[in-house]
Ligand binder design. Structure first.
Ligand code: NDP
Ligand code: 8X3
Length: 259
């Protein structure tokens, strides 16, 4: 039997934009209660107001930087009683910085990617999963990437962080064996979001060129995929989903139409 999300408590990191924001919309439509986490509180507030209007969704906003262990732990430990029992965790907060060669890249860019994509994901997982084990229910969805499978020029540190997400997803599932808690790693190809804009630090020209002439995935495509994984019957664990635009066959092969 497929699972209902009605009144389920879902924590989404990186809910202020892109894939995380679409997840909030899809899960709200499915009747879930949402804990929306990110650093930009104004974006979370606007999203929350929209979801309240559209679906009467109950939301709780967590303005956190996942890189900060203490902030994450305190925020999750301090959740009001009615929000403590998290049923689904979507570890989506993440970013890339630049496309510099590994031997030539600013150290700060490495720190930010590693601290967000690996350590941040671990901090949130560490704070949430013990409760899932205790309550005998839960699902962790990690957002990996095609970058975990294929490395591209200038992307080695970002790719390494997503390879780590793959290992951490597999390792968490192994450590949870014998519990009903499920783990899914979603690995998308190109999705048009703020991702490239963040990678190129606001250079719209460079960011837009990533998607020129091709049809990328939309954040809704990924939210829909996550919703599918989470609503499978309780005995089914979708371990990985590798989802690509039809116009992309590898990190190096993108079909672009010329005008
Ligand atoms: P966006 O830039 O649109 O969204 C990223 C989200 O992560 C934002 O909500 C941002 O919120 C949040 N975030 C970033 N750093 C932090 C932090 N330190 N603490 C808390 N939240 C943070 O990009 P996407 O939606 O594309 O990215 C979502 C995930 O998908 C990432 O993990 C990315 O690596 C992955 N991915 C993206 C692909 C793509 O092509 N777009 C393909 C494959 C995977 P705020 O700035 O408000 O904190
Ligand atoms: C994001 C997709 O190919 O830009 O993970 O790394 S890619």
């Amino acid at each position: 039997m497929t699972l209902s999300l009605r009144n389920q408590c879902v924590l989404i990191t990186g809910a202020s934009s892109g894939i995380g924001k679409s997840c909030a919309q899809f899960f709200a439509q499915a009747g879930a209660r949402l804990i929306l986490a990110a650093r930009r509180k104004d974006k979370l507030q606007t999203l929350s107001d929209d979801l309240q209007k559209q679906y009467q969704t109950q939301t709780l906003l967590l303005c956190v930087d996942v890189q900060d262990f203490q902030t994450v732990t305190t925020a999750i430990e301090g959740l009001p009683t009615e929000w403590k029992a998290i049923d689904v965790l979507i570890n989506n907060a993440g970013l890339s910085r630049g496309l510099d060669k590994q031997y030539d890249s600013p150290i700060q860019d490495w720190e930010e990617m590693i601290d967000t994509n690996i350590k941040g994901l671990l901090y949130v997982t560490r704070a949430v999963v013990p409760g899932m084990v205790e309550r005998d229910r839960g699902h962790v969805v990690n957002i990996g990437s095609i970058a975990a499978r294929q490395t591209y020029p200038g992307g080695s540190v970002y790719c390494a962080t997503k390879a780590a997400v793959k290992s951490l997803s597999e390792g968490l599932k192994i450590d949870l064996l014998g519990t009903p808690v499920r783990v899914t790693n979603i690995e998308p190809g190109l999705v048009e979001t703020e991702f490239s804009n963040v990678r190129f630090r606001g250079d719209d020209g460079k960011a837009n060129s990533v998607y020129t002439g091709m049809m990328p995935l939309t954040p809704d495509d990924i939210a829909d995929t996550i919703l599918f994984a989470v609503t499978r019957p309780a005995h089914v664990n979708i371990s990985e989903i590798f989802v690509m635009p039809t116009d992309q066959s590898s990190v190096a092969h993108v079909h672009r139409r010329t005008v």
